[in-house]
Design a protein around this ligand. Sequence first.
Ligand SMILES: *Cc1c(COP(=O)(O)O)cnc(C)c1O
Length: 221
Amino acid sequence: MELKEQIDEVVKAIPKGVTLVAVSKTHPADKVMEAYEAGLRIFGESRPQELKAKYEALPKDIRWHMIGHLQTNKVKYIAPFVELIHSVDSERLLDAINKEGWKNGRVIDVLLEIHIAEENSKSGWELDELVKYLDKGDYKLLTNIRIRGLMGIATFTDNTEQVRMEFGRLHDIFTTFKKERFGKDFDTLSMGMTADWQIAVECGANMVRIGSLIFGAREQK
Ligand SMILES: *Cc1c(COP(=O)(O)O)cnc(C)c1O
């Protein structure tokens, strides 16, 4: 199927109120441009240098999201323009983003990534560590970041009940944090990819990150 038709189908399938982040990592800029011409404006990337190169090559009304693991020394590549960083998983990274936000005269929106999958995949905060960090209250001094919500990656499995349980847990945490800690600006729950976005939406996601369903399979590393 043509990219344009594929995009139209995906866009049609996603309910109103759910934001689509088109995950363009590994795909060349001309492919991203084709998706742009088909109407997409929000793209997600997982490597800071690749993200910066595409930002420079492509139209400036694209809204770039960082979705992959981010090292503190690489925040500088994306800080001047990134719209949302989904994958914030440590106090050090929050501090680094805040510092780069300050240098660039920006308030950078971030999501806290929580580890919801089985043990073997290990990105994201453990809930108890995150709660301990938030209870300290230091994050309130980070005036160049704004915590907009949560992100999570479910276990890669055919067991849909397990995926549903993991997303359901993240939704519960999101609701509790919004009520008890963050309030109105805490409005984004990023969960769901090609294999599980429908379950994620059923569990309350309002942002999904979809790559291969739009662009086709990526080359294996
Ligand atoms: C690559 C990636 C995606 C998209 O994965 P697909 O299965 O191709 O949709 C979503 N989220 C994160 C964090 C990713 O790294």
